[in-house]
Design a protein around this ligand. Structure first.
Ligand code: ATP
Length: 326
């Protein structure tokens, strides 16, 4: 195996707060270890176009506290084709890049797996997604910031809900996973949570809400993950309203504010640890693996596993919402 002299870093898929902290860590650790670093703009799209930038240490100054990603992110249909990946390989070869750190989600790791198989380019993946649904890490980059942003909004909604005895349906992000919704439901003292991992029963939901009213609660909040099989917050609110018209219901969709904002302390530290660890892993010859944290320690999971399995919802936490909402 040739000694690594030049590596690249890119962000791909949905952006997540903490990506910049990770980019900074990759760059600084690589330079510290005597390796040159190139930033790839716009994920695999930029790799195909050769949209590269040499990253010296000063280029990543003053970014640890910024949300989003200075390298921009994109989805790339072209990279899904053999011709697109061939082009990407030629650009990497031309730039002298031997390996790369890919910060993104499972799609990004699937792309890196095929790329390695076809062209032998070494890759270590960093789980960068607000959804926290990746197998092989306790937390993904951006999740902590996203739930803190959402909880800030939910606390504010509770104030107004309480003043008017209202029932609020608050929709949070999570197309396929309910981790954001579940965490927000517990931390926001919600009456109920609706997530894709469990079947939604409107009658049960109404029973829970009725109990709250019976116990003289002056407001109720139901946190809804956007990808619930019964629909989003508007759909769930309508279904509840159809059966119980006396509720004064309102809907709030938190949307993209959950993706932005300054990363939390946790995400800055996580991004820094994973970025440093990813470079060390490449230097140690590791490939086709996602770096993560398991029980607080750095861990590695083969892409084949990280992309096949999903993080499972903790049923005990679901029960916690039920117990604490009486
Ligand atoms: P997020 O969790 O935020 O959606 P992600 O990394 O899963 O992030 P995707 O859009 O699924 O986001 O994947 C990012 C990019 O990876 C795709 O746009 C595509 O270019 C590439 N990719 C995904 N799957 C494959 C695949 N099977 N083969 C080649 N490239 C792929």
């Amino acid at each position: 195996m040739a000694e690594l002299k030049k590596i690249a870093v890119m962000t791909s898929g949905g952006d997540a707060p903490g990506m910049n902290a990770c980019i900074r860590a990759v760059v600084r650790n690589a330079i510290f270890k005597g390796v040159e670093v190139v930033g790839i703009h716009r994920g695999y799209e930029g790799m195909i176009d050769g949209d590269f930038e040499n990253l010296e240490s000063h280029k990543v100054s003053n970014i640890i506290q910024r949300g989003g990603t200075i390298l921009k992110s994109a989805r790339s249909e072209r990279f899904r084709t053999k011709e697109g990946r061939q082009k990407a390989f030629e650009q990497m070869k031309f730039a002298g890049v031997q390996a790369f750190v890919a910060i993104g989600g499972d799609g990004t790791f699937r792309g890196a797996t095929v790329f390695e198989k076809e062209h032998g380019i070494q890759c270590i993946g960093v789980p960068g997604t607000i959804d926290n649904d990746l197998f092989g890490t306790d937390y993904t980059l951006g999740f902590d910031t996203a739930i803190n942003t959402a909880i800030d909004a939910i606390d504010k909604i509770r104030d107004t809900a309480d003043s008017h005895n209202r029932l609020f349906f608050v929709e949070v992000m999570g197309r396929d996973a309910g981790f954001i919704a579940l965490s927000c439901a517990i931390a926001g003292g919600a009456e109920a949570v609706v997530i894709p991992e469990t079947e939604t029963n409107i009658d049960n939901l109404i029973t829970i809400l009725e109990k709250g009213w019976y116990h003289k609660k002056s407001s109720a909040i139901v946190v809804v993950a956007e990808g619930d099989e019964a629909g989003g917050a508007y759909d769930i609110a309508r279904l509840v309203k159809e059966k119980f018209s006396e509720y004064d219901t309102r809907v709030a969709i938190l949307g993209h504010i959950q993706r932005g904002g300054n990363p939390s302390v946790y995400d800055r530290i996580l991004g820094s640890r994973l970025g440093v660890g990813a470079v060390d892993a490449l230097l140690a010859g590791r490939r086709n693996e996602m770096i993560g944290v398991t029980n607080g320690k750095i861990s590695f999971t083969p892409f084949s596993k990280a992309t096949k399995h999903h993080q499972e919802i903790n049923k005990n936490l679901l029960q916690l919402v039920e117990i604490l909402s009486i």
